[in-house]
Ligand binder design. Structure first.
Ligand code: DAT
Ligand code: MG
Length: 147
């Protein structure tokens, strides 16, 4: 069973999309393992987005992601890392397919509503940045055998 780190960015929080986005992953059948509304420090944001530190948009990215609360979540399920990325849509919302979260709600590449881990390695790293082990709820649902 796989886990991923998903984060509704400040634009998604302020546009009242938390419920809508959580609902999509619930309805898909994935299991919520942990969630909290939190405001990132500059240090946490720079660690989380460390792979992009040489990119020209890094400063803008860090300043945006620390500009207001984010909704940090861990979700569990079969193949949840790549399925969540598919449900999110491509990075640039202008090109993201209708029906995806970014395709339905995003407009600008720098404010694209949601973050999702892109590999098992990044999921493990990102979950550890945002949650302590004891905050991760492990529980069984029979439905996990069906979806
Ligand atoms: P993703 O969030 O789809 O994994 P990424 O890891 O390539 O995309 O980039 C991280 C975030 O950085 C992305 O969600 C939004 C921002 N970003 C990416 N490319 C950008 C660009 N060309 N201009 C401004 N912001 C950008
Ligand atoms: Mg990424």
């Amino acid at each position: 069973m796989e886990r991923t780190y998903l984060m509704i960015k400040p634009d998604g929080v302020q546009r009242n999309l938390i419920g809508e986005i959580v609902s999509r992953f619930e309805k898909k059948g994935f299991t919520l393992v942990a969630a909290k509304l939190t405001t990132l420090s500059k240090e946490t944001a720079e660690t989380h987005y460390g792979e992009h530190k040489e990119r020209p948009f890094f400063g803008e990215l860090v300043s945006f992601i620390t500009s207001g609360p984010v909704f940090a979540m861990v979700w569990e399920g079969n193949n949840v890392i790549s399925t969540a990325r598919t449900m999110m849509g491509t990075t640039n919302p202008a090109e993201a397919a209708p029906g995806t979260i970014r395709g339905d709600y995003g407009v600008q590449v720098s404010m694209n509503v949601i973050h999702g881990s892109d590999s098992p390695e990044s999921a493990e790293r990102e979950i550890a940045i945002f949650f302590k082990e004891e905050e991760l709820n492990t529980y069984e649902k029979n439905v996990n055998k069906w979806v």
